[in-house]
Design a protein around this ligand. Sequence first.
Ligand SMILES: [Zn+2]
Length: 333
Amino acid sequence: MSWKELAQTQATAARILTNALTQGQLAHAYLIEGQKGTGKRKAAKLLSQSFFCQNKEGAEPCGHCRDCRRVNSGNHPDVVWVKPDGQSIKKEQVSNLIKEFSYRGVESRRKIFIIEQADHMTIQAANSLLKFIEEPNGETIAVLMTEQMQQLLDTIISRCQILTFRPLSRQQMEEQLVAKELPRPLARLSAALTNDIEDALEYCSNEWFAEARQKVIQFMEELINQSQSVLLKIYGSFSPHFDDQSKMDIGLDLILLWYKDLMSLHLERMDDIIYIDQLDLLNRQALKSSLQQVTDDMSSVLSAKKRLSAHVNQQSVMEQLVLMLQGGVSNEL
Ligand SMILES: [Zn+2]
């Protein structure tokens, strides 16, 4: 990860930090706030690399010197990460951190500590930290990260420079996945399912997911052809692939996205199409079903999701859904 890359998704934060780095005017404490998957941790790592790298160009760290490599592998002696121990970050964790920092104070005065899920600090932990932030010792930088800024003490927030990380748009996520050489149809589909880039990456690199996508396409094809054997296919090939509740829930989401595509086709919003490599099939189906029909089918999928979350057996959820969707297609003709 480079600042240039970070700027593609978090332009404001990247600009603030690179300016501070090049002008030697880093704040003593930063608070990075934003949803899971927005790149908070990568940014903290990058900041640490830039802070210690001996060969940086402008703000960009070289990425391969000893300091850069040690930051990257989490082994840099002057970069300390603190995470919740169980449910919370306890006072001892923060006091140990402060102690460690003061021991090594003279030898190297440049240090960074990074607190993940800072909102999990107990009041006592937060108060110890506060004292430390208020009396900065040498060139020390505190980086706090949180998904829930409102849970932090106001006194902490007011002493930090706040960097807000925005959720990635579907397109930004898709481009990041494609840049990792993942196939675009899969990248687009997983970016449509989640707004967490790490989750999307996991979907994309998972064989089960690629196959799930194929199963859904086959299922839609059977439906469009009004095949008499849709239910048999469900028993034989579809259901075994989605053999627990969470997998079936993903399966239903994939079906729902298919109907959203039909809606996008009706509304001529071509840029919104998710199953981009299935335009022929989508067009055939769009010709057969009105916008109203598509809306009804989407409601059927949503109520199937509801039944599934109420622990109705997966097989009967699918059976009922097939009957509703088939009813829909034949009503239209
Ligand atoms: Zn370096």
